[in-house]
Design a protein around this ligand. Structure first.
Ligand code: SOE
Length: 395
């Protein structure tokens, strides 16, 4: 950190959807939250000179750079924020940590367990020198999720016995939609499983304090060939006349056994798909416990359903809590009572928490070790699917 000015100079690698979301976080967090240091949007990095320059102007970074190695070695940079596809995470993160930069890395942490293990080793070496690292599971920072976690920790659900976690999107349901890097195993590691299933796993573990200790799963690829991508538009884009092979799963379904925390001994059902026609970004979590239950749906992200099984029988039923009050996590810093927030706010909260950890000398969560554990769960689902859905340990 540049002590005199209390500034943290940030370099962000990648400028696609996640680059846009993280830029928003870096720009907005210091305006709404009291941070001990001011993040400076110093350098944005991408391989294509014209595109990265256009992204620099659009998102408001000071400089554009085409070689991440130069940025990692730049003594003026304090933080490296990795928003590029999974295939590049390990190399960039390890080089940045070894160069003493704090690292925020998009999820899933890596494309393979071996890469994630090397990243954890680098994070541990760096931590002994006060260098922090965190994985960007941004949905942990949705206020309704934070509030649900508080209810679990206060024992309001009692012993959680059943967990349902679905992440449903439909942006691939048109079989003529083009290939993107998210459909290429080399670039993305896996398909729906790692892209969105990883969020579902992380949220269940974050909410309950439990870990998925074994899984039994199945994977499906419904459309094996698609037109190649012309111009990127949102998650997809225009189609070219050439075709390419889809090398990842389109949908991942698995059951799990949980251990430790509030859901010790629980069973879970998980589903991740980009073919759930009509479901745009429905990340749905339901936890059923001995004293109560909660249900959350990202498509109504300012709400949390809470069922109190200890209420008088005549008054029982799910209560729809509107999570826009100052007593809800992060909300005191936004709008007056009752005024909702959106998808991008989770990224501002993520930046706030990361900067707090860097300036306060604490280890932020989720750590790279948490990211490695999730990578092991993903690998166990793949191994299970490959062996006819056999139960497969995650460690
Ligand atoms: C695409 O499926 C995607 O953008 C994920 O990559 C993100 O992590 C999720 O927030 C929204 O969906």
């Amino acid at each position: 950190m540049t002590e005199a000015a209390r500034e943290l100079r940030v370099a962000m690698v990648g400028y696609g959807f996640m680059g846009a979301a993280h830029s928003q976080g870096w720009r907005v967090a210091p305006r709404f939250f009291d941070l001990a240091a001011e993040p400076v949007m110093a350098t944005i990095v991408g391989r294509d000179r014209d595109r990265v320059e256009a992204a620099r102007r659009k998102f408001g970074w000071q400089r554009a750079e085409t070689d991440w190695r130069r940025v990692v070695e730049d003594p003026d940079i304090d933080i490296v924020d990795i928003c590029s596809p999974g295939a590049s995470h390990a190399e960039i993160a390890i080089a940045a940590l070894d160069a003493g930069k704090h690292v925020l890395c998009e999820k899933p942490l890596a494309n393979t367990v071996a890469e994630a293990e090397a990243m954890v080793a680098a994070a541990e070496r760096a931590a002994s020198r006060g260098v922090r690292s965190m994985v960007g599971f941004s949905y942990r920072r949705v206020p309704a999720i934070g509030y649900a976690r508080r209810l679990v920790q206060e024992g309001r659900l009692g012993a959680i016995r059943q967990v349902r976690a679905l992440y449903l999107q439909d942006w691939l349901s048109d079989e003529n939609g083009p290939m993107t890097w998210r459909l290429d195993k080399e670039a993305a590691g896996s398909g729906s499983l790692g892209d969105i299933g990883a969020h579902a796993i992380d949220l269940v573990e974050h909410l309950t304090g439990s870990r998925l200790e074994s899984v039994s799963g199945t994977l499906a690829t419904f459309v094996e060939e698609r037109p190649l991508l012309g111009e990127t538009v949102g998650l997809s884009g225009t189609a070219s006349t050439e075709r390419g092979r889809v090398t990842v799963d389109d949908a991942a379904w698995f059951t799990a056994r949980l251990d430790g925390g509030a859901a010790a001994g629980a069973i879970g059902a998980f589903e991740a798909t980009r073919y759930a026609t009509g479901r745009k970004n429905a990340l749905r979590i339901e936890l059923s416990g001995s004293r109560g239950a909660i249900a959350f749906d990202l498509e109504a992200m300012n709400e949390l359903q809470f069922y109190d099984a200890t209420a008088p029988a005549g008054e029982q039923g799910f209560t729809r809590i509107i999570v826009t009050e100052p007593e809800h996590p992060y909300m005191a810093n936004w709008w007056p009572t009752g005024h909702a927030i959106g998808y991008e706010h989770a990224f501002s909260h993520q930046i706030k928490d990361f900067v707090d950890a860097v300036t306060g000398g604490a280890d932020p969560e989720p750590s790279f070790a948490d990211g490695l554990h999730i990578q092991r769960v993903l690998a166990a689902v793949e191994a299970s699917a490959g062996s006819g859905s056999a139960w497969t340990p995650t460690a």
